[in-house]
Design a protein around this ligand. Structure first.
Ligand code: XIL
Length: 335
């Protein structure tokens, strides 16, 4: 059968993966990366901590490497990510904590970071995840607009900094598609509260002329919570605002050594994961403004899941030996 990349192209969708540059030294991995996907997202290599480890000292090697790989293989690039509370360089967070970096200086540093990075790759990035994970979960204290009040950026610079980040990114590359990216925003939280906040925020941003072009749903699913049945409707509702949508970090994790909490048995059945994957793809396909479907790493060997969610894993389309899993064939037959 054809590759995911080729099958998706026929229905106007781009199928992508996050990649890790060192993995590309393994020929079998590089071959899958090139053949199956038409979009590349650097998994870590464009994050601030990586690109500017010391103030004013830049390391673009990993990002350059992945952009070159993508260009060599006729793939587009999703830039990830410009403003996020995680994986910031120590010089920045320490400077804010000890008062040597003022709020005004912090805003200037962010602006410079966005101009520098977006400017460097101007014309080479299809979509930028400008702002990542600023929306409040049920356990957070929300701001008036539903953002996380304790988020590093919001706490130090206020909610308006999110708008500024989009304006700066747009100035630095007027042709890049600018994305607001987050998790649990297509029904994964069960209540759709986070979807409501993102939807309202986007509506307001658009009414104020902020250059936001797309909503990125990370879509890190977990079989123990049940499938987010509102995903298709939520994607369509974002599109109704005049925005594009993208699935940006798809994976479907499950308990690998039996459940550590009580979970309905059907959610742990081997076919559950493949069904979740297919359901996600169908949701994307049913929304005409959904432009890309990106997986957060394609093989279980380098998935972020085991390191982050204790007892869980097996979240990807390929197993640790780079063999395609049932989910892979299910996606193929759904394309
Ligand atoms: C993860 C990477 O995959 C890991 O290698 C890293 O240690 C931590 O970050 N949401 C995001 C991604 O937006 O940037 C995160 O990536 C996974 C969750």
């Amino acid at each position: 059968a054809d590759s995911l990349r080729a099958l998706a192209a026929k229905v106007g969708l781009r199928f992508g993966s996050a990649l890790i540059p060192s993995d590309l030294d393994t020929p079998a991995y590089a071959q899958i990366a090139a053949q199956q996907f038409s979009v590349v997202t650097p998994g870590n290599e464009m994050k601030w901590q990586v690109v500017e480890p010391e103030q004013g000292v830049y390391d673009w090697s990993g990002a350059d490497n992945l952009v070159a790989f993508a260009q060599a293989n006729g793939q587009l690039v999703r830039g990830h990510t410009l403003m996020w509370h995680n994986q910031l360089p120590n010089w920045l967070t320490d400077g804010v904590a000890n008062g040597s970096i003022s709020a005004t200086e912090l805003a200037g540093l962010l602006k410079n970071h966005i101009y520098t990075e977006v400017g460097r790759y101007r014309g080479k990035i299809w979509q930028w995840d400008v702002v990542n994970e600023v929306f409040a979960n049920s356990w957070d204290t929300p701001t008036a607009n539903g953002l996380v009040s304790t988020d590093f950026w919001i706490q130090n610079l206020g909610e308006g900094i999110v708008y500024d980040a989009f304006r700066w990114a747009h100035e630095a590359d007027p042709h890049a598609l600018l994305v607001i990216n987050d998790y649990n925003i297509t029904g994964e939280d069960g209540t759709n509260a986070k979807f409501d906040a993102v939807h309202a925020w986007a509506q307001k941003a658009l009414s104020q002329g902020v250059p936001v072009h797309a909503i990125g749903s990370q879509a890190h699913l977990d079989t123990q919570y049940g499938f987010p049945t509102s995903m298709a409707d939520d994607l369509r509702a974002y599109a109704d605002l005049g925005l594009k949508t993208a699935i940006t970090e798809a994976d479907v994790r499950t308990f690998v050594d039996g459940p550590t909490t009580q979970v309905p048995t059907d959610r742990l059945a081997p076919w559950a994961q493949a069904n979740w994957w297919a359901g996600m793809l169908q949701a994307a396909l049913s929304s005409p403004d959904c432009i890309s479907f990106t997986v957060w790493g394609f093989c279980d060997a380098d998935s972020w899941v085991p390191g982050t969610f204790s007892g869980e894993g097996a979240a990807c389309l390929y197993d640790v030996n780079l063999n395609p899993k049932p989910a892979y064939t299910d996606l193929q037959s759904n394309l």
